[in-house]
Design a protein around this ligand. Structure first.
Ligand code: F6R
Length: 634
């Protein structure tokens, strides 16, 4: 959510900033901007150039081509609008009244209204609607106070001013500051929003996330909360919020940040949907042993002590990750026999349930940066530590696709879903990776707790082992079916998705995918719930997409589908071919597999139908309006 990049070194800053921003554009693409400082041979002061453009990064690139942004020092920003519409005047960098001090920020200054009021009372004139604009004005005010005894401008003053201002800011932020009075210094600071310093050869590049560092360096120094750093050609000076110098060694990135290309696909999303069969194969090879006699049913990711004594599981997640968590909860409860509850991370933080003993808390986040999830995990850890006692001890596991992300630094146990870089903003392959991780975890818990017979464990494992080979054909088949079906949705305004049991979360995911990229209103319901209200929506222009997989609830789902058909709704079934599924007007066939693994199949038609409906409408599938891949504000 908003991406920031800052660079200081011996190469022109603008190309490095634009390259970094390109790799961070997934964090927001409402507007973009940069500021650079060109040193002057005649004066100790430099010259600050600030360029901003509404819309995608390409607009800023054109502007930089046209106007130029000289200098070896600069800051850049790609925005996901929070305060103020996506307009050029709200784009970052924001400057103080002199225009010589510039700031980019990621996060939200929660007390910006009172800060703005006090600055306005002092005569400051604001030019944007953003929360960020208070920051350059506050720094400028602090600099005036610090220089009231006639001190010359220097980097220590800038550092001290930023430190003092950071103490006044409530909320989460990562920021980078330039001041033309000191053309060889860059100050960065962070609290509850990610910021890393990449150490190159004679240059530093700071960024909100690791992809911006690809090709620049693998050596990083992640800033900790409350820290502030002064970067100059001489090196990095790191301080805590009290101004005490900090010493910490840099570390190496664990993951390889590959540059993603679309290959021959029209969109990243389609490519990523196709990649799922490969991800599934890799996952199976890595986690499911061949099935030799006496072998464990799964390659246990952790030692016995991890599983021991766990009586309850609570899972915190948002959006698509929450849907994966719901499938996971079904598996952990129904297969492994552990009471499991899924929470919206954003709700959990402010209304946590009473503490349960011997509880494992799992945070699921593909980006590893979702503020709602990270904050909820921190809150839970703190309240368990405060409560004291072994019974309520805090045990936390993160499930993520980004092993260099904030969650990996925050919780002691991590499971890497191994889906590779996902560029499309709508999550697809990371969802599948999350599902697979939950299958592995459920088998591991069931096996350690001896909650299932060896036969059950081996059956599920063997089904999972076979699944990747079926997936590629299924994706190809549904790519074609969905492409043919999509034009019939060209005037559709509402769609209802139905599922039951383990496939109810897949109905929710189907509805979310469609909303996100095609902007069609869609809702997912447990199929049995439709008659309790949503049925009032049904008429012939409202398609109903019903997931009906053989098992405990098969007949019930088919009856619920009949109820929709009786109201003239166009009925699309995601179900195996057979006489009983002939009730559907259109069938999106999936193989007849056990109910346990059916979500791994039923999600594919959902993803491809959403994709083709959006592509058929000519929409920007990979960067849908108003969204961002990494949501770092609460
Ligand atoms: C949907 C989507 C979002 C995310 C949600 C949580 O396609 O991507 O709903 O699932 O914002 O993000 P992570 O998983 O990064 O915590």
């Amino acid at each position: 959510m908003c991406g920031i990049v800052a660079v200081i070194g011996s190469r022109p800053a603008a190309p490095l900033l634009l390259e970094g921003l390109k790799r961070l554009e997934y964090r927001g693409y409402d507007s973009a901007g940069l500021a650079t400082i060109k040193s002057s041979s005649k004066s100790s002061k430099g010259f600050l150039r600030c360029l901003r453009a509404n819309g995608k990064l390409a607009n800023l690139m054109n502007l930089v081509d046209e106007k130029g942004a000289p200098g070896y020092l600069g800051i850049g920003h790609t925005r996901w609008a929070t305060h103020g519409k996506p307009e050029e005047r709200n784009a970052h960098p924001h400057r103080d009244s002199s225009g010589g001090l510039a700031v980019v920020q990621n996060g939200i200054v929660e007390n910006h209204i009172s800060l703005r009021k006090s600055l306005e009372e002092e005569g400051v004139h604001f030019v944007s609607d953003t929360d960020t604009e208070v920051i350059p004005h506050l720094i400028s005010r602090e600099l005036c106070l610090l220089r009231s005894d006639g001190q010359p401008a220097n980097s220590a003053l800038l550092l001290e001013a930023v430190r003092k201002v950071s103490l006044q800011l409530k909320g989460a932020y990562a920021l980078a500051v330039l001041w033309e009075e000191v053309p060889d210094a860059l100050v960065v600071a962070k609290k509850q929003a990610p910021l890393l310093i990449g150490l190159g050869e004679g240059e530093f590049l700071c960024a909100s996330d690791t992809p911006a560092l690809a090709g620049f360096t693998r050596t990083i120094l992640p800033l900790e909360d409350g820290e502030i750093a002064l970067l100059s050609p001489l090196g990095i000076e790191l301080f805590d919020s009290g101004g005490n110098r900090q010493q910490r060694s840099p570390s190496l990135l664990k993951s390889q940040e590959d540059e993603a290309t679309k290959r021959h696909f029209r969109h990243f999303m389609l490519k990523e949907i196709y990649e799922q069969s490969e991800i599934a194969s890799l996952w199976v090879d890595r986690h499911l042993p061949l099935g030799l006699p006496g072998e464990d049913p799964v390659a246990f990711p952790f030692r016995d002590s991890f599983y021991k004594g766990v009586e309850n599981i609570q899972i915190l997640a948002c959006g698509t990750s929450r849907h994966a968590a719901m499938v996971g909860a079904y598996l952990l409860e129904q297969f492994a026999g552990i009471p499991t509850t899924v929470f919206y991370a954003s709700e959990f933080r402010y209304a946590p349930p009473p503490l349960t003993p011997n509880t494992l808390t799992i945070g699921v986040t593909q980006s590893g940066e979702t503020a709602d999830t990270l904050s909820a995990l921190i809150m839970e850890d703190q309240r368990r530590k405060l409560h004291g006692g072994a019974l309520f001890a805090s045990k936390q596991l993160g499930i993520t696709n980004r092993i260099d992300s904030s969650i990996a630094r925050q919780v002691p146990y991590i499971l890497d879903i191994g889906a590779g870089l996902e560029v499309g903003v709508a999550a697809t392959k990371t969802f599948l990776g999350q599902l697979l991780t939950f299958y592995g975890l459920a088998i591991a818990f069931a096996s350690k707790r001896k909650n299932r017979s060896t036969h059950d464990l081996i059956t599920l494992r063997d089904e999972l082992r076979c699944f990747p080979s079926q997936l590629h054909a299924l994706i190809r088949q549904h790519d074609e079916i969905a492409a043919n079906l999509a034009p019939s949705f060209s005037d559709t305004q509402n769609v209802i998705f139905l599922g039951r049991g383990i496939n109810y979360p897949i109905a929710l995911e189907g509805a979310l995918k469609l909303k996100e990229i095609s902007y069609i209103h869609a809702e997912g319901y447990p199929a049995g719930e439709m008659k309790h209200g949503p049925i009032a929506m049904l008429e012939k222009y409202v398609p109903v997409i019903s997931i009906a997989t053989p098992g405990l609830v098969f007949e019930k789902v088919l009856s619920n589908a009949q109820e929709a058909k009786a109201r003239d709704a166009k009925l699309i079934g995601v179900a195996p071919e057979g006489p009983v599924t002939e009730i559907f007007d259109v069938l999106m066939p999936i193989p007849e597999v056990s109910e346990w693994i059916s979500p791994l199949f039923s999600v594919i038609p959902m993803q491809l139908l959403s994709y083709h409906i959006a592509a058929n409408r000519g929409l920007d599938v990979d960067q849908p309006r108003n969204l961002a891949k990494s949501v770092t504000v609460e």
